[in-house]
Design a protein around this ligand. Structure first.
Ligand SMILES: Nc1nc2c(ncn2[C@@H]2O[C@H](COP(=O)(O)OP(=O)(O)OP(=O)(O)O)[C@@H](O)[C@H]2O)c(=O)[nH]1
Ligand SMILES: [Mg+2]
Length: 197
């Protein structure tokens, strides 16, 4: 059994040399700034504030690696698409993400987070197309489900399910406020990672 209590922040990597190389499977959290990546990590690990949740978007500017019970890594990517960031810096951040995604051989699953109220952005589509080509398993996690009523939620989820860039990937509605979707996200992780969770 994976002991979620035994989770530590390994490193906030600002350059590729700092990426961990310990052959532990990685689950990657990708999505635009403010979509809820850090909140999802906290919810999955039953923590209030392990991953820093930002009041202002664009706070996570490093790839943050969390090691869970020496058996699994959660990689919190810098949020993309934050308009107020300067052009140069934005380029830097995507270079860091690119280096990680293209070089890391331990990525077992990517969770692509999409705000259910916002839907797919241009950057989300770029990520989805890259993931489809890479062959790395991925799921779409629709965040902030608590902000939509039943009808809106159904429409938002079915729009994602029928999107050609999403393809056959699972779509999981999620709310960190209510805990909705938490078990389903863990189920998807268990599907691809051969550790006893
Ligand atoms: N209503 C609601 N708000 C949420 C939910 N998840 C996150 N938020 C809020 O959205 C904001 C951003 O959440 P974060 O988890 O920091 O988002 P992030 O994707 O890590 O952002 P960056 O690190 O800037 O890329 C915070 O104010 C959260 O409280 C959710 O499920 N429901
Ligand atoms: Mg964050």
């Amino acid at each position: 059994m994976l002991n979620l209590q035994k989770t530590e922040l390994m490193i906030c990597a600002g350059k590729p040399e700092q990426f961990p190389k310990n052959s532990v499977p990685h689950v990657v959290f990708s999505g635009r700034s403010n979509v809820g990546k850090s909140s999802l990590i906290n919810t999955l690990l039953n923590r209030k504030s392990l991953a820093r949740v930002s009041s202002a978007p664009g706070k996570t500017v490093t790839v943050n690696f969390y090691l869970i019970d020496n058996a699994l890594i959660f990689a919190d990517l810098p949020g993309y698409g934050y308009a107020r960031r300067s052009y140069d810096k934005k380029e830097d951040f995507s270079a860091l993400t690119d280096a990680y995604l293209s070089k890391c051989e331990d990525i077992a699953l990517i969770l692509q987070l999409v705000d259910l109220k916002v839907g797919l952005t241009e950057y989300d589509r770029m990520m989805l197309q890259w993931m489809n080509e890479s062959g790395i398993p991925f799921c779409v996690v629709g965040t902030k489900a608590d902000k939509l009523n039943k009808t809106e939620l159904k429409a938002a989820v079915s729009a994602l399910c029928s999107d050609s860039d999403v393809g056959a990937a699972p779509v999981i509605p999620f709310s960190s406020l209510k805990g909705t979707g938490k078990d389903e996200v863990w189920r998807q992780i268990k599907n691809v990672v051969s550790v006893d969770i």
